[in-house]
Design a protein around this ligand. Sequence first.
Ligand code: ADP
Length: 609
Amino acid sequence: MEPRKSGIDEVGDVPWGTHICYINTSRDGKKDFLTIAASFLAEGLQHGEACVWIYSEKITSDFEVRKVLKRHLPNVDDFIACGQLKLISHLNWYLEDNIFNTSRLNKQWLDLLKSAIKSGYEGLRAVGDVTWLENNLFNIFADYEQQIDSIICDLPFLALCLYDNSNFDLFELADVINSHSLTIINEHGKLKLLRNIELLIKCKQLEKSRADYQNLLKLLPDGILIHDSTKIYYCNEAATRIIGVKEIRELADLYPRDLFDNENLNKYDEFIHQILQENISPCYLECQISDKNGVIKDIEVVASRYLYNGVPTVLSVVRDVSHLNKINKLEEDMRKNNELLQATLEYDKMKTEFFSNISHELRTPINVILSALQLMDKFKKSMPQDDRESKCLKVMRQNCYRLLRLVNNLIDITKIDSNDFELELRNCNIVEVVENITQSVANYIKSKGIRLQFDTNTEERIIACDPDQIERIILNLLSNAVKFTSPGGNIWVNVYDLAEKVVITVKDDGIGIPKDKQKYIFYRFQQVENLFNRHHEGSGIGLALVKSLVEKHGGTISVKSEVGQGSEFIIELPVETLSQSECDLKIVSSVTGHNFAERAYIELSDIYA
Ligand code: ADP
């Protein structure tokens, strides 16, 4: 705080809170005191302070006081008229019905200070003439002076008291000196200044602890504010960060209510009302502010009533909890997502189990129907055939195969999902395996008006594979190639031996697959035509199963395709063989067996008509 000019040469500059006493020991003392008091008040009046002179009717009067003051400030009446200066008789101030009441007096001083601050003055400067004090009141008055000294030491308040030493003994005078920071003694017109060492030490200690707490306030991560609903009187650095300003002085014109939107403003007003009007302390507030830069922040406030320069205000400790709230929300979201994930996994497991069970259940009746159909075929051979009957039988058989394929694929895909699918690896000549499969459906594909060509750069390449599954892979790809190629088109099946890998390609010049759909076709249940309309049979799990089977072999599958140009599916298989001990069967050179034709029927059932 800036030091104030005391207006008394012997005293010089003093800080707010200084309590001075003047002890008169001579006949001229009264005259000197009036002059000193007038100079003291004139200085305050000229520096924006509210001033009051409590004069003792015992030694002076309103008229005399004005006269002395006019010597320093000719326009003193103007100061009185505007309320900056008050001249009050001791009878109307210290005594009420001739009774001296300490707490009433303390309140009177604080009220005067409050109204001075409210009127915009920098503080209060007071002259208190206590020459009226009788010896019998001394003890109670000394207590009051001690209290006043500790009250004003932290306020924008300066006081100059006048004592007449003829009223007191030496001990009483020592008490008077002790309860003031400075004492001016007038002895035969000579002024002497005594500094109260005890109070000086206390002042030093106070200053140190003030510096300590100001440092603490600076370092505190929480915002500290002294404010009411219209003004911020004080804040630390953390508070400036929360409010979104760089420097404390930017807060001078800040209207705290501007930081709140309508909903939060109601909360804030209620909060201030509880503290200032209802005297509830401490009060808590959780709300949002929009800081000076428009950033929305979640804040938590704990506050209580605080007398600042004698004015009731709110002392708030504010914490920005935006990040905390965000983290809490993220944690809550994560917890919910985790629960959802667990539920989904659980559901997925149930679904897989259900698929597996239902697929097995579906396959049994289909097999029964198929067997019955085969028996009927046998009987029919020895009997005359009715065209319509055999057509119906054909349709029934083909649809049984389609159902069987679907069910087989579902069973295998669920087995692969639950890691329950094992390849039966054997060392096979992959070239022959693929060629034989291609040959076996060549006639059928030809009957569709589509040319099928097989080519290879080698006659033999032995690799460890499951020929039954390779057969499903190739038949699936061929079935798709036929499905999406019009009569007159071509299908090429090639096997390339590239030393470290074998590449099998199935290529057609059919309708092709749009670029943006290519990465989805290997996902199960995905069909390019889904979105538009369907012209082709299929369940959308063929390629997903093919991909899983290729990967089970340690290989990869990819597609190259242009709409209207055709598609090429490229399978790359690693060249690995089983050791002799792993080989339980000798090298199989071709896929044979009486079941093959039927398996081909099953795999191509979507396209057989
Ligand atoms: P689906 O059983 O429906 O044929 P797939 O998984 O075998 O299922 O194929 C998925 C989708 O990929 C097909 O519906 C089709 O849209 C597209 N597709 C697959 N092969 C070809 C191809 N050779 N030419 C054009 N589109 C194809």
